[in-house]
Design a protein around this ligand. Structure first.
Ligand code: SAM
Ligand code: SF4
Ligand code: SF4
Length: 359
């Protein structure tokens, strides 16, 4: 399927006023959080995300400039977005990223955050903090060098750990470590990772292995479920207390005796679509209402075609009102989880890839 088929480039709906009520989607969900992928390139090749040898990259001319991203973010703020997370690909590969953060600092946002693999974080943690970045999440699947190499195909664990330490000392209001748990690969490190996080003042969140675009090696056998993880913690620590106040957050949080906390993101076995207020913008300006959405809205075409701020805001509001997506819940309700998106389709439309639409 050609990529253009998957992009909704229909006519702009009637303009709405900036003072109009903030839109909610068809399931009553507001639009509060936006993940902005700033590049589809990455300096790792994690087995659960980019296992293939070759990828089709987004053409460089299509990549949004910082000014374009900022302009679009301002429009997203007008439909209710309060939180922006920069992601990728590996977002720190995007040159001068602090400049973008500085632009976003002037926007009416409650939070600017970043998800990174940490390789380039040691040099960038302080400049990003100084530019106004509030929170950082570092993906860290293992504390063992040989495993890191096997999982990512790069021998760079030491570099990541230096990056995590720099982030811990740079004064972000929240540092998190995200771990994708794979059975037989790193599922014996749950307690070690929680201890490591505790020492740094970072909360660890365990992510169930998801069957998303790009995860062409996914199988249910490798998923360690939320309930299995909790059972392991219970066996080891006796009590695991669920913490209240999840709201629309992806992670459920738990507390161990002694006060250590950790999170679980159970996107595969206990998805949370009913509260989902997140959408995603690719580095080339296509907006997806769900991680699993097949059709996106081409905002770059409109932006570069001269659409006014009001026209763009109207497109966002109208599309959000039409949103019915519950991608992960629908997969689960189907009884059997479907096989990963076919490689051929991924090759034809790189925007289906997790590393392109931003995790
Ligand atoms: N490169 C950055 C990083 O790794 O943090 C940001 C982009 S990455 C796509 C964002 C998140 O998606 C990472 O935490 C990664 O672990 C997660 N992810 C990627 N593929 C996944 C999969 N198949 N299942 C669960 N999480 C996945
Ligand atoms: Fe790994 Fe993130 Fe790169 Fe995917 S985008 S391969 S999760 S570092
Ligand atoms: Fe939100 Fe889609 Fe993820 Fe469900 S699958 S939580 S609707 S992004």
């Amino acid at each position: 399927m050609a990529s253009s088929v998957l992009v909704n480039a229909g006519p702009a709906p009637a303009a709405i006023s900036p003072t109009a009520e903030l839109p909610v989607d068809r399931l009553g969900r507001p639009s509060r959080a936006l993940r902005v992928s700033v590049t589809d390139r990455c300096n790792l090749r994690c087995v659960y995300c980019m296992p293939e040898d070759r990828y089709a990259w987004l053409p460089r001319a299509g990549i949004l400039s910082f000014a374009e991203i900022d302009f679009l973010v301002e429009r997203f703020c007008e439909i209710g977005v309060e939180k922006v997370r920069l992601t990728g690909g590996e977002p720190l590969l995007r040159r001068d990223l602090p400049d973008l953060v500085r632009l976003l600092s002037a926007r009416r946002l409650r939070e600017r955050s970043l998800t990174t693999n940490g390789i380039l974080l040691a040099d960038l943690a302080w400049p990003l903090r100084a530019a106004g970045l509030d929170r950082v999440t570092v993906s860290l699947d293992t504390l063992r060098r040989d495993r890191f190499r096997a999982l990512t195909r790069e021998d760079r664990l030491a570099r990541v750990l230096t990056g995590v330490e720099a982030a811990a000392s740079a004064g972000f209001s929240g540092l998190k470590l995200d771990t994708v748990v794979l059975r037989g690969v790193n599922d014996d490190e749950l307690f070690d990772l929680v201890d490591f996080g505790k020492e740094l003042g970072a909360e660890v969140r365990f992510i169930e292995y998801m069957e998303v675009g790009g995860a062409t090696r996914w199988s249910m056998d490798q998923v360690v479920s939320r309930s299995e993880m909790l059972e392991r913690f219970r066996r080891r620590f006796g009590e695991v207390r669920p913490l209240p106040g999840r709201g629309a957050a992806t992670a459920e949080r738990f507390e161990l005796p002694g006060g250590t906390t950790f999170g679980i993101i159970a996107s595969t076995t206990a998805p949370f679509c009913r509260a989902c207020d997140r959408s995603r913008l690719t580095a080339d300006g296509v907006w997806y209402p769900c991680l699993h959405a097949r059709v996106g809205t081409d905002l770059r075409r409109r932006l570069r075609g001269g659409a006014t701020a009001e026209e763009l805001r109207a497109v966002l509001a109208s599309r959000w009102r039409d949103r019915t997506d519950r991608g992960a819940e629908e997969r689960l309700a189907g009884g059997v989880l479907t096989p990963p998106v076919l490689r051929a389709e991924l090759a034809a439309d790189p925007r289906l890839e997790m590393h392109t639409r931003g995790g």
